[in-house]
Design a protein around this ligand. Structure first.
Ligand code: UGA
Length: 431
């Protein structure tokens, strides 16, 4: 198939590269000419495992191209995917101005039947608006279909998630685009859910909110574990073995972050409000998430008492493992809170230091994980990078002024930490 992807952010670029990889002819469009140039020269604006190789390989095979012209993308494609940002507005609702702009641009360039597919996360009923906009702005009487095809990619695992999805959701208003959509995704051999557009749009917000709810649920359980001497990891394992519950997304933490869950939760609460329902359950999910960060911070304060003049080493700045993304990162929020109390920070992240520099100033960025403990009164683990488990704890203990470790991601075993002589505080583990 000939496919255009409008927007080359995380979602657009991964989608474009993966469609090319499974044999389609793809043209990726971005209004940022510098970005288009970078991509044409083989550069990648984000860190995403496996993506760079995929882009290079498919550019070389002439299956993947980049352009700054929406017109070129539309004219040369049968299926046009919209993958532009839908950022939050100050009241938590969604800014749909990029979607509207792209719908107009697509309409202006349409020269024959096209399938216009929304991949961006949008409120339910946006598809109707996109169809209305295209109808209004298209110059001639060309036919088109609007489809909703939400993405379920996790940053850091996006290529893997794209190529091996649990399901592909396709929302349509009529059956005409279904065969083409099945052809687009056919090579993946994945289960395909064909439904109406409104349901497809709701599936996306409902899925992300449910996953956030799962994390807040286990984080609430972590409070009970701390109060009772139980261990939240044991509880997660025990309940997760029930196939109806599942073990994934039950890792207690200092809270979830990133550019999706916090934004999508706020948006879903607003969408519900517009539809006449007060989604209090999701407000509680948000509240637990904020409380979890407050509790972790209090643990640090209770142990170290005064932070002014104390040196704290922080491992992890990204909002989670396997990414350089620091947007809405709990790690960054924690660093800023520590700084506000007068702590001096020494920080390290395997991938996110460059992006962190733009938002986190007056800290010492160190080159290796081992350097972070040097001369510190305490260490904090803020991101679940697996490599942090390989930290040489004996060595860290020797170079720290005090062997205190606050683990916001439960990477270490409390008994082992005690044996090594650490004062060790983690999440939801009674000891
Ligand atoms: C999330 C969803 O998982 C994707 O399916 C979805 O496509 C994406 O949002 C999106 O809407 O674009 P992502 O934000 O990349 O993906 O990251 P997740 O892996 O879901 O993690 C989100 C946050 O939850 C991170 O801060 C992570 O550390 C935290 N988390 C995750 C926990 O605290 N505990 C867990 O058990 C799992």
């Amino acid at each position: 198939m000939k496919i255009a992807i409008i927007g080359t952010g995380y979602v657009g670029l991964v989608t474009g590269a993966c469609f090319a990889e499974i044999g389609h002819e793809v043209i990726c469009v971005d209004c940022d000419e510098a970005k288009v140039k970078l991509l044409e020269d083989g550069g990648i604006p984000i860190y995403e495992p496996g993506l760079e190789d995929l882009v290079r390989k498919n550019v070389k095979a002439n299956r993947l191209r980049f352009t700054a012209s929406t017109q070129e993308g539309v004219e040369q494609s049968d299926a046009i995917f919209i993958a532009v940002p839908t950022p939050p507005l100050p009241d938590g609702s969604v800014d749909l101005s990029f979607i509207e702009r792209v719908a107009r641009d697509i309409a202006a360039a349409m020269d024959g039947y096209k399938i216009v597919i929304d991949k961006s996360t949008v409120p339910v009923k946006t598809g109707e608006k996109v169809a209305e906009t295209i109808r209004r702005y298209c110059k001639s009487q060309v036919e088109f279909d609007v489809v909703s095809n939400p993405e379920f990619l996790r940053e850091g695992f996006a290529v893997e998630d794209f190529l091996k999805p649990d399901r592909v959701v396709i929302g349509v208003q009529n059956q005409r685009p279904v065969a083409a959509m099945k052809e687009v995704y056919g090579p993946l051999n994945a289960p395909i859910v064909v439904t109406d557009i409104n349901s497809a749009e709701l599936i996306k917000h409902a899925a992300n909110s449910f996953l956030a709810l799962k994390i807040s649920y286990i984080n609430a359980i972590s409070i009970l574990c701390e109060a009772s001497g139980a261990d939240v990891t044991e509880v997660a394992n025990g309940i997760g073995m029930d196939a109806r519950i599942g073990r994934r997304f039950l890792d207690a933490s200092l809270g979830f972050g990133g550019s999706c869950f916090p934004k999508d939760l706020s948006a879903f609460i607003k969408i519900s409000e517009h539809l006449g329902y007060d989604f209090n359950l999701l407000k509680e999910v948000q509240r637990i998430n904020t409380h979890q960060m407050d509790r972790f911070f209090k643990k640090i304060l209770d142990t170290l008492w005064v932070l002014k003049g104390k040196k704290i080493g922080v491992l992890g700045l990204a909002f989670k493992q396997n990414t350089d993304d620091v947007r809405m990162s709990p790690a960054i929020e924690l660093c800023q809170r520590l700084q506000n109390e007068g702590a001096e920070l020494q920080v390290y992240d395997p991938e996110a230091m460059q992006k962190a520099r733009a938002i986190l100033e007056n800290v010492t960025y160190v080159e290796t994980m081992d350097q972070v403990a040097e001369g510190c009164d305490a260490l904090v683990i803020a991101t679940e990078w697996p490599v942090f488990r390989e930290l040489d704890l004996q060595k860290a203990r020797k170079v720290m002024t005090h062997p205190i470790l606050f683990d916001g991601r439960n990477l270490f075993d409390p008994l082992e930490m005690e044996r090594l002589g650490f004062i060790y505080k983690s999440i939801g583990r009674g000891r």
